[in-house]
Design a protein. Structure first.
Length: 254
């Protein structure tokens, strides 16, 4: 095969700077009554601080933009000041919006110009391991416009006709082949220009940023996710998160 006929590989882009946007403006309705979810504590430390530390643990990440509850930016700034965070990382706090999508866009608007790679990470995934963060950054540096960490599913999934009234039986429409399905986590990593274009042009219901990039027709790739990157959504997830932290303390010899 001559050089000209080889498929072109994107150049690795090691010099690019990486920022992380952490949407943390949700109420946490499914977790039950209480403070906004990101401000609730796991082993005495706010979930948001765990998430910020998890992203700042990556040497690739030099800026973290926290998107606070709409009226909670001063409180979040105080929280960041009150907790030990790496000196090499810069932090910004901006108020969020009504939907996750709007909160991410407000975080993107706050990014200084000199960042080319953007990670978007749910504050509600406080325990993502640094190796997962680094794998996502590396895949973007290697040329993928959009990268999502994901895991195979344990359950079989059914597509249904949603119930007309709560509690009604739901007719099953299809059973997608499980081996081809992945449960998608964060951080999701992007070429900044692609993500900004997605947020400027895609409207309608989307549940993740990569889904918006897919609608642009851009390539989105999956890298292995991690069990500990689960989303704290319901009360049982708090129990699991504290158990993971306890196991980590045991393994670290504390
Ligand atoms: N208006 C919103 C809604 C959500 N989020 C953030 O998006 C992430 C994922 O959302 P989810 O887990 O659904 O959080 P909540 O919206 O708070 O949960 P719920 O739907 O139970 O209220 C969370 O870190 C959440 O803080 C946000 O920044 N702004
Ligand atoms: C972005 C996400 O975490 C990927 O799994 C998920 O879609 C967020 O959904 P939520 O309903 O906003 O928690």
């Amino acid at each position: 095969m001559s050089d000209d006929s080889r498929p072109s590989r994107p150049e690795p882009r090691t010099a690019l700077r990486t920022a992380a946007v952490i949407p943390a403006a949700g109420r946490g309705v499914r977790l039950g009554p209480g403070a906004p979810k990101a401000l609730r504590t796991l082993n005495g430390t706010p979930m948001l601080i765990h998430a910020v530390r998890a992203l700042a643990a990556s040497r690739a990440v030099s800026l973290v933009v926290v998107v606070a509850p709409p009226d909670g930016a001063p409180e979040v700034k105080s929280l960041l000041d009150a907790h030990a965070l790496p000196d090499r990382t810069d932090f910004l706090v901006v108020p969020g919006g009504e939907s996750r999508q709007e909160s991410v866009r407000l975080g993107l608007d706050a990014l200084p110009p000199d960042y080319d790679i953007v990670l978007v990470h749910d504050a509600a995934r406080p325990l993502v391991p640094v190796d997962t963060v680094d794998a996502v950054v590396q895949a973007v540096r290697d040329g993928a416009p959009a990268v999502v960490p994901a895991l195979p599913l344990a359950d079989t999934v059914k597509e249904v006709e949603p119930a007309a009234a709560p509690g009604d039986p739901e007719p099953v429409l299809a059973t997608p082949e499980r081996a081809r399905l992945r449960a998608v986590q964060t951080p999701q990593g992007f070429d900044r220009t692609v993500l900004v274009r997605a947020h400027e042009t895609v409207t309608g219901a989307v549940t993740d940023d990569a889904g918006m990039v897919e609608q642009l027709g851009e390539r989105v790739v999956v890298v292995p996710g991690h069990e500990e990157a689960f989303k704290v959504t319901r009360p049982l997830d708090l129990v699991l998160a504290e158990a993971v932290l306890a196991r980590r303390r045991l393994n670290d010899g504390f």
